[in-house]
Design a protein around this ligand. Structure first.
Ligand code: GDP
Ligand code: MN
Length: 432
């Protein structure tokens, strides 16, 4: 999961638990809950901001160096800023596998834009928020650069601690905001918003002043804050982060960077925004699973787990490890299951070449075990399953399910409980 900026880090802080059991539980929970979340690139977020009257620079997007050059010429700007588009932050201080240093470059020469874009596009950008391999850059943003006299930090987020929106600001924004938060917490200001009332004028002005805006600039910054808050509500965001929220020498307040996170539960009323979902950086299996309303999480081991519910997923992973095995992934089937979903689930689970055994652990509460059993036998036949399969079903219609599996003539190992299932799955693999 890519994170950008300060406020996201704050919200995942519970990951830093001391106890290893607790930490693996929390990490898994963190992974299980936001399995699919909409991610937009900076250029997409800035388009939304511009549509809501927020001040951003003029820009174009390019996916090849020739178009980047054309865009730079078309902007007719005194200076150009070229920015690699990846979902992770820390780009300014990142480096490319091409050897180029810095994911954000300023230049006055459009030809230089072409040269720089060549060293960005198609290469991986490694930042302090990516893995060590970095993330492949498929697009660059070519924008009119503006001088910045001061960089501040602004974020609006839904904060559980306040049961609603909070505006977070700091006079010291820019690339070292994490350090400011760690070493000078007194420079991080908060304004708690009553969602029914919205941002009051005095709150916007107070935040602008705390962020160091003076005179007319204070009024302007307050206006930007109010527009950003309006956007935040309108698009069902859970976070809008602008770093730097900058001041220019000619007296403008400009959003130089943008990261918006959305509430996945609002997908039904934000269709246009969700249709822009950039999944190029997501696990393709996760995206495929989402199409069938399944939740997929990839891991490092070799036993595929097919479960229903996040709690059962974690219990299954734990007990596999307890018996000396390692989960390769888990697929959470959720509630109202169709036979076709079971088939798709098997297809996904076996698409991972690391998988050497499959463990099905389903508790039929809402789910009817017979449907699962039909799905399993169909998938085994049609996919010509080559790895051992251990099945533990419990709950609604379980006897009928067992009969279906037994009479199928397929090499399926039944297990009577979770412990038994885990032992059989670990034992089923051919030792290397
Ligand atoms: P991040 O490193 O991924 O957060 O990328 P940003 O978009 O925040 O850019 C990194 C840094 O580049 C900013 O903190 C600014 O200092 C600088 N920068 C970005 N755009 C401009 C611009 O238009 N003009 C100037 N002078 N600096 C910019
Ligand atoms: Mn930034």
């Amino acid at each position: 999961m890519a994170v950008r900026g300060l406020s996201v880090r704050i919200s995942v802080l519970p990951v830093y638990f001391d106890s290893s059991i607790l930490s693996s539980f929390v990490v898994l929970m963190v992974r299980v809950i936001p399995v699919r979340c909409l991610n937009l690139q900076e250029y997409q977020s800035k388009k939304i901001m511009a549509d809501h009257g927020v001040t951003v620079q003029r820009f174009f997007v390019a996916d090849n160096s020739q178009d980047a050059l054309e865009a730079a010429k078309r902007l007719k700007a005194k200076e150009i800023v070229l920015k690699a588009q990846i979902l992770a932050g820390g780009r300014g201080k990142g480096s490319f596998t091409s050897g180029l240093k810095g994911g954000v470059h300023l230049t006055k020469n459009p030809d230089e834009v072409e040269k720089l874009a060549k060293q960005m596009l198609g290469y991986n950008l490694i930042t302090n928020q990516t893995t060590k391999d970095g993330v492949k850059v498929n697009k660059v943003m070519v924008a009119e650069a503006l001088d910045i006299s001061r960089e501040t930090y602004l974020a609006i987020l839904m904060d559980r601690a306040f049961n609603g929106p909070v505006i977070v600001g700091s006079p010291q924004g820019g690339m070292d905001i994490e350090e400011v938060a760690a070493t000078k917490p007194e420079l991080i200001f908060k304004e708690v918003i009553d969602i029914f009332e919205g941002v009051r004028e005095d709150q916007a002005l107070r935040m602008a002043a705390s962020m160091g805006f003076k005179g007319l600039l204070r009024q302007q910054a307050a206006e930007e804050i109010k527009k950003l808050y309006h956007l935040f509500l309108k698009v069902d965001a859970i976070q809008v982060e602008v770093n730097p929220f900058g001041e220019t020498p000619d007296g403008q307040v400009v959003c130089f960077d943008a990261k918006i996170n959305f509430d996945d539960n609002a997908e039904f009323r934000q269709k246009e925004i969700f249709s822009q979902d950039d999944t190029s950086e997501s696990d393709p299996l996760e995206c495929e699973a989402a199409k069938y309303d399944l939740k997929y999480v990839g891991m490092d081991g070799n036993i595929a787990c097919f479960v229903n519910g996040a709690g059962l997923a974690m219990a299954t992973c734990d007990i596999i490890e307890l018996h000396g095995g390692k989960p390769a992934n888990f697929l959470d089937l959720g509630g109202g299951v169709q036979e076709n979903q079971v088939y798709q689930a098997f297809k996904l689970l076996t698409a991972d070449p690391k998988v050497e055994a499959i463990l099905v652990n389903i508790f039929g509460g809402i789910v009817n075990c017979a449907i699962i059993a039909h799905g399993i036998t169909k998938a085994c036949r049609e996919l010509r399953l080559k790895v051992p399969l251990v099945v533990r079903l419990e709950g609604t219609n379980v006897n009928e399910a067992k009969r279906i599996l037994d009479e199928s003539g397929l090499p399926i190992t039944s297990a009577s409980n979770l412990e038994d299932a885990a032992q059989k799955a670990v034992a089923s693999m051919v030792p290397k």
